[in-house]
Design a binder for this molecule. Structure first.
Ligand SMILES: Cc1c2[nH]c(c1CCC(=O)O)Cc1[nH]c(c(CCC(=O)O)c1C)Cc1[nH]c(c(CCC(=O)O)c1C)Cc1[nH]c(c(C)c1CCC(=O)O)C2
Length: 336
């Protein structure tokens, strides 16, 4: 929270995207007992348990609510399911389907998530930040259009060119319900929130403004109009040079950086405020010198400014939990 206020801390605080997940044996155990992945997200006892697992093991400075960005399409009745080995699936939506979406039931449907957030804030140590999150409208829309994950989100890009009005309507609707969702998480006890725009990097220049910047700005304005103190991290993965004005354009407090962002450019972005990132998750899988060199380079270039140490994207199932301990130790032994 201090870094989100613009302070420089040595060592920097650390958490990892997807820190609760399949690389942890205790996660796999709870997951196996849960039934479906969405059951895990909507059962507060279990969602609290898996959120706390990486905090117990590593003492991260932030816990991220265990849920998924696709609970929003689930709450919009898009028949979301997670099939083993296939990733997320849902019914693909068309322009008529977009006009028929009913946003009114969304917050009611997500009540178990708010229950998880309030239990977490009660159970976590005071010094551990509790992060809420949601997907950015563009990223959530890519799954709603295709009905599944794709390598380059071609279906959503094509849909946006063919049906620009329906697509704008979808993004505006998602921005509104997602802002309500973040406000409810903050009210339940989230200290800060992160907006994941995991697919921002597939957008062209004009589309980045229209589909990534504009809806996120709309969400942030809507959250701040109601909760002026809200702290918001925006992560536009793959946005590259378009990140130059992203903080100012979206009004996010901090910007998340993926591992493809050059550190010299990251240092430029850090002059305008806090940054979060950006170790390649594959360095954690590789371990050894690849891990150490990656950590040291980030600390050397970004450690003297407001930094939240993180990966440049989610930790993968192949990561060794023991390597994560080494990562945390190495970041924390940074001297002031
Ligand atoms: C695009 C996206 C999704 N979900 C999310 C994003 C944005 C971040 C990113 O780009 O990774 C965000 C997310 N998903 C999950 C969290 C939990 C909190 C945390 O970071 O620990 C968060 C913050 C749990 C999850 N969400 C999912 C899992 C694995 C499913 C399982 O346990 O069976 C977890 C732990 C499933 C999921 N959910 C999603 C996909 C594509 C998949 C399948 C891929 C995979 O299996 O890793 C959609």
């Amino acid at each position: 929270m201090q870094v989100l206020d613009g302070q420089t801390l040595t060592p920097p605080p650390i958490w990892l995207m997807r820190q609760a997940g399949r690389y942890l044996p205790e996660y796999r155990q709870t997951r196996a007992a849960a039934g479906s992945f969405l059951d895990l997200c909507y059962t507060p006892e279990m969602a609290v348990e898996v959120t706390l697992q990486p905090i117990r093991r590593y003492g991260f400075d932030a816990a991220i609510l265990f849920s998924d960005i696709l609970v929003i399409p689930d709450a919009l009745d898009r028949n979301v399911r997670f099939e083993e080995g296939r990733g997320p699936l849902m019914d693909p939506i068309d322009p008529a389907g977009i006009l028929a979406l009913k946003p009114d039931q969304v917050i009611e449907h997500l009540k178990p998530v708010f229950e998880t957030v309030s239990r977490l804030r009660r159970d976590l140590p005071d010094e551990t930040t509790l992060l809420g999150f949601c997907g950015a409208p563009w990223t959530v829309a890519t799954y709603m259009i295709a009905g599944h994950g794709t390598p380059d989100q071609a279906p959503a890009r094509l849909f946006a060119y063919r049906h620009p009005e329906a697509f704008d309507h979808l993004l505006a609707l998602l921005a509104e319900v997602s802002a309500d969702y973040l406000v409810a998480q903050i009210d339940a006890g989230a200290d800060a929130v992160q907006i994941f725009d995991s697919w921002a990097g597939v957008l062209g220049e004009v589309e980045f403004q229209r589909y990534a910047v504009k809806p996120v700005r709309r969400m942030i304005d809507s959250v701040r109009a109601r909760r002026p103190q809200a702290k918001i991290i925006a992560f536009a993965k793959g946005a590259g040079i378009q990140l130059k004005h992203y903080r100012q354009q979206t009004d996010a407090d901090a910007i998340g950086l993926d591992w493809s962002v050059p550190l010299a450019f990251a240092a430029e972005l850090q002059k305008d405020g806090p940054v979060q990132g950006n170790l390649d998750p594959m360095r954690v899988v590789a371990g050894g010198a690849a891990l150490d060199d990656g950590i040291d380079a980030i600390l050397q270039v970004l450690g003297n400014g407001p930094l939240i140490f993180n990966l440049g994207h989610g930790i993968t199932p192949q990561a060794d939990p023991a390597t994560v301990s080494r990562l945390v130790e190495r970041v924390r032994r940074t001297a002031a």
